[in-house]
Design a protein around this ligand. Sequence first.
Ligand SMILES: [Zn+2]
Length: 324
Amino acid sequence: MKRRDFLTKSAAASGVLFASLEVLAQQPASGNVVIERANSGKPHAGKVLAAIQPHSDDIPLFAAGTVAKLIKEGYTGHLIRVTNDDMGDALELGTRGTVGQHVLGNERDNQAVAKALGLQRVFDLNYSNHKMSGVSQMELQCRLIFLFRLLKVDTVICYDPWARYEENPDHYVTAHCVEAACWMAGREHDYPEQLAAGLELHAVKEKYYFSRDLTTIATNRIVDIKDTLDQKIASNIANVAKGPAGHRGSRLKAELAARNLQLPLLGNDDQTADREYIREFVLRRDREIGQRYGLEYAEEFHYIGPSSSYLDEYVKKNAVPLKK
Ligand SMILES: [Zn+2]
């Protein structure tokens, strides 16, 4: 495995940035795309990840393999769900369900998603589903800034705020608020009352942005999720109330049996049917991304990391002890 050094930064109180060196398993691919492979040990120990999703199935579908990988490599992670999924489905009931059933089913599923991915705390912000184009973005930014400071979030995984042709306002409103909150959380004049209450400034330095339509983001990071595929499948099985995964495999198996048919892929029991249905149909996108880069399964992102500063590099190279 080819490795390269990777610069990360931490902000000193003076505002001058000092670089520290970490060695991570990252491999430049074609152009400016970097392939992020599994790292041995816990290179991310001490860092905090926030997986942020408007709905209970967004992270499971598009980024669960990467979330589980980063947790496995040492991150402490938390799950923030922005809506209450009240316009979702109640698929496990076999009907469309009521608004109240959607809320309850997806709340339960979201907790199960966190458990499947090893995320510690869950925050449900409880905005109405499909209605986020009407919420106060200032309010949501303020709530996210509070959480980033409280949890000391270093890295976020969320929808790409600049992806095009995204039809769901919950996705793009959440993404834009996350992006704004990431840097404002490090600014002392933004919500100083939070600092007076005991929180500390804490800007978010790393972002993994995903999109439903991969042709609309500036892809520069491919994450190999081979080692966390089982957790990704488990997080998708957890979404039984909505989405394209959950128990669809076992339902298809039952429907086929009623017509005297079977798919060998789905095996002989419901658990196998749910798992293999997701592997074949839901993870088809991950398989196709992987094939483009010589991997089995992969997730695709626009990644923004800590930016290097000329001032930082200059001080590091040229600073000498003060003569007294
Ligand atoms: Zn969604």
